[in-house]
Design a protein around this ligand. Structure first.
Ligand code: NAP
Length: 283
């Protein structure tokens, strides 16, 4: 049997971590997958001990708390996880010469632009979540030579799509935020794109979001139209706490993917249709 590449997925049961684990071919990859109960990444000793004993070739840091309100209310814990946790994994990865992937976010931008952000645009996070993710990027870069930072946006999995469908069916209406525009990206597209990076020496920062842009309203409308479900979309005025915590405009331009001539991401609509088909989502 050929030697398989050993990949450590950190944040196994999260949206992305679970999509990665289910998408990786176990004939090609030996998968090590952990969560906080196995290895708490805020604890350097635990991280080093695990990395030293298992010696993965690749580490994918998907550990996070994506709940923006929680981050605003618990800044110390948010920095401990997104920044110090990233640092700990970077120190451990450097020691064993692993290729480290750090998942980051459109929240590192302020959302004031009216055109898609490239990897070369100025970051200016406005939230604790965004600030801590940017700090995690910095630690990853500073402490691990072989790193790739992958920024994505508006990631959805089965849970989100099912909750839209449920709301539409139970209430006959779905509430949407009208002011925010982004690039909806399925966890499946994201997982497949990350796996394409494995074994490559594509270091640096890459945006990996589905192509095109959408308002939240258009995204919800597309989900419902795909299943022929009729529901009223009720827009909020755009000044709620949740929206304030989101960049108004956070479309990512996959510029680095393009100029390094890698396979492009699918456009968001066809990625959504594929996701719903493959995940067997029915009305
Ligand atoms: N969601 C999005 O729209 C989006 C968009 C762009 C980028 N990203 C980035 O993509 C990555 C994955 O996001 P996701 O949505 O899959 O996150 P998620 O669903 O919240 O999952 C995060 C995972 O990390 C685990 N975790 C939390 N604290 C930990 C610790 N101290 N040590 C080890 N593991 C810990 C969580 O475990 P518990 O469940 O037990 O807490 C969970 O399994 C994150 O870096 C996120 O910033 C997400």
């Amino acid at each position: 049997m050929a030697i398989r590449t050993r990949v450590w997925v950190v944040g196994r049961s999260g949206r992305l971590g679970s999509a990665l684990v289910s998408t990786m071919d176990s004939k090609v990859y030996e998968i090590l997958a952990t969560d906080v109960s196995d290895v708490d990444i805020t604890n350097l000793e635990e991280v080093e001990k695990y990395a030293d004993s298992r010696r993965p070739d690749i580490i994918v840091n998907c550990a996070a708390k994506s709940d923006r309100l929680w981050c605003e209310e618990n800044p110390e814990q948010a920095y401990a996880l997104h920044a110090v946790g990233a640092r700990n994994l970077a120190i451990a990865a450097e020691r064993i010469k692993a290729h480290l992937f750090y998942l980051s976010s459109d929240f590192v931008f302020d959302g004031a632009s009216d055109k898609p952000y490239t990897e070369f645009d100025q970051t200016n996070p406005q939230t604790i979540y965004g600030k801590t993710k940017l700090a995690g990027e910095m630690f990853t870069k500073n402490h691990c030579q072989h790193h790739t930072i992958l920024r994505s946006s508006w990631m959805y999995g089965k849970k989100l799509i099912n909750s839209i469908i449920r709301e539409a069916k139970e209430k006959g209406q779905v509430s949407v935020y009208k002011t925010i525009v982004g690039s909806p990206t399925s966890s499946l597209e994201l997982a497949e794109t990350i796996i394409r990076f494995f074994g490559e020496t594509e270091y640096g920062t890459f945006h990996i979001s589905c192509e095109g842009e959408s308002s939240q309203r258009d995204f919800v409308r597309e989900v419902l139209a795909t299943l022929d479900i009729e529901a009223e979309l009720v827009e909020s005025d755009g000044h709620g706490y949740f929206e304030v915590l989101r960049p108004r405009y956070s479309v990512l331009d996959n510029f680095m993917l393009r100029i390094t001539k890698q396979e492009p991401m699918r456009d968001w609509k066809s990625a959504l249709h594929r996701f719903m088909e493959e995940r067997n989502i029915r009305g």
